[in-house]
Design a protein. Structure first.
Lengths: 262, 186
């Protein structure tokens, strides 16, 4: 009963309102379309990509958010989900199949598979962000759209990653807002992307150079750019090591959507 | 993701096995839990479980591919050739397009004709981008649309049980994979 009450309170709270801001912000930030240098070149010799405008959650989806989804879509309960969509670790951190412990209600949900994250976003009439969308907003500093060449920014991210994995997750939305007003892109959890299957650096193709033309139809495996952008490369390595049914205590997600036409 | 279920045993006994929705009786690891709206080369609506009840080889491809994709058809054929006549009689083949924009039913039909594919036992399928993502994720196919309109993709030939569970998966091209052959039900 206590858990339920707390969950309801959490759900009722203004979604991810920034501390110190009186009027609650919309749950999603609008990101204008942009062309930027990517670590994952779309084709050989092409280092820039163009991303159309999109909206994206200001904070990762929380355990309480996900509990509400599971209540409405019981086929995604951990005791009912088809194993083909979620491995045995799916929502294993919840004390029961219905929801999280009160203390973790506002923490980013983890232990969710790509399929489950995708279904959650679809239920919100949204989708997972693509890698390029994520990379675009993940490149922002607090005041600039692209902080990737700022050594202090890079160091901050690496310092976050150096924290012990055993430390409890902070509540979602507590990290500093970036240029777009988006929080927790770095330093809290890894996040699923829609085009998980396009990372193209699978175990068989991690070596640079000589792509395996027999395995890859078309242009072959992609190579990575910005090899000193360690934080982004680590993220790609993590994503490319995950299959869509896997769950991990450090993998969460947020949703994105095509902007509503005015 | 999963469609509602209906009692279908009677239909199955009649042999009407095409495009049935996923069922609660499917094993937990069955790919047939996926509720994907697909269309075959004849323009007919299908699910991924076109050949429910049969062992099935599933692969992803795109019809305009000139490099590896012709080799995929060759490899599927080579795999069939290595089976016993009884196994071959049971086995079915699904080829799911990665390129829903260009691979219309007409384009799939054309490929089937060019490659002399027996569409009684092989089915070419297309779906929307979401269905392609889901099926690629289930099969662990990596793919990316290139700016040229071509696709870069890994090649996977998966063997599904009659209930849709993945029995084997192979990245071998050009010849039948013995590890996959060993898993074809006898």
């Amino acid at each position: 009963m206590m858990l339920r009450l707390l969950t309801l309170m959490a759900l009722g709270a203004a979604a991810h309102a920034a501390p110190g801001v009186s009027a609650p912000l919309p749950a999603r930030a609008h990101v204008p379309g942009a062309t930027f240098a990517t670590v994952l070149p779309p084709a050989a010799g092409q280092k820039e990509v163009t991303v159309a405008a999109f909206d994206i959650d200001r904070a990762p989806v929380t355990n309480a958010d996900f509990a509400r989804f599971v209540a409405a879509h019981p086929e995604w309960r951990r005791d009912r989900v088809a194993r083909v969509f979620a491995d045995a670790g799916y929502l294993r951190h919840w004390p029961d199949a219905k929801g999280p412990a009160a203390a973790s209600a506002n923490q980013p949900v983890t232990q969710v598979s790509w399929f489950a994250a995708r279904a959650y976003c679809q239920a919100q009439h949204a989708r997972l962000p693509t890698w390029y969308e994520w990379e675009l907003v993940g490149a922002a500093g607090s005041n600039v759209a692209d902080a990737r060449n700022d050594p202090a920014w890079r160091q901050q991210i690496l310092d976050w990653y150096a924290r012990p994995a055993s430390a409890p997750l902070p509540d979602a939305g507590r990290g500093p807002a970036n240029y777009y007003g988006i929080r927790d892109l770095h330093g809290v959890v890894w996040e699923w992307v829609l085009d998980l299957g396009s990372m193209m650096v699978s175990g068989d193709n991690r070596e640079q150079g000589d792509p395996d033309v027999k395995k890859f139809c078309g242009a072959g495996a992609l190579s990575l750019e910005q090899k000193d952008n360690y934080a982004m490369l680590m993220r790609i390595a993590t994503l490319s090591s995950m299959q869509a049914s896997y769950s991990s205590s450090s993998m969460g997600f947020r949703c994105a959507a095509d902007p509503v036409k005015p | 993701m999963k469609a509602g279920t209906r009692p279908l045993a009677a239909f199955l006994m009649l042999g009407l096995q095409a495009a049935l929705p996923a069922r609660d009786t499917d094993p937990p690891a069955s790919l047939y839990h996926l509720d994907a709206a697909l269309t075959d080369q004849a323009g007919k609506a299908q699910g991924l479980d076109v050949y429910r009840g049969h062992p099935v080889l599933v692969t992803m491809f795109y019809a305009s591919c000139k490099a590896t994709c012709p080799l995929i058809v060759d490899t599927l054929r080579a795999t069939e050739q290595k089976l016993t006549p009884a196994q071959r009689g049971q086995l079915r083949v699904l080829m799911v397009s990665l390129d829903p924009e260009r691979d219309t039913p007409q384009a799939l039909q054309r490929l089937a004709a060019e490659r002399r594919i027996d569409t009684a036992r092989w089915t070419l399928l297309r779906g929307d981008a979401d269905a392609v993502r889901d099926i690629a994720a289930l099969l662990n196919v990596q793919y990316r649309k290139l700016p040229s309109g071509e696709f870069s993709h890994s090649t996977v030939i998966a063997l599904l049980s009659p209930e849709g569970e993945m029995l084997a998966s192979s990245g071998t091209l050009g010849a039948a994979d013995p590890a996959l052959l060993a898993k074809v039900p006898r």
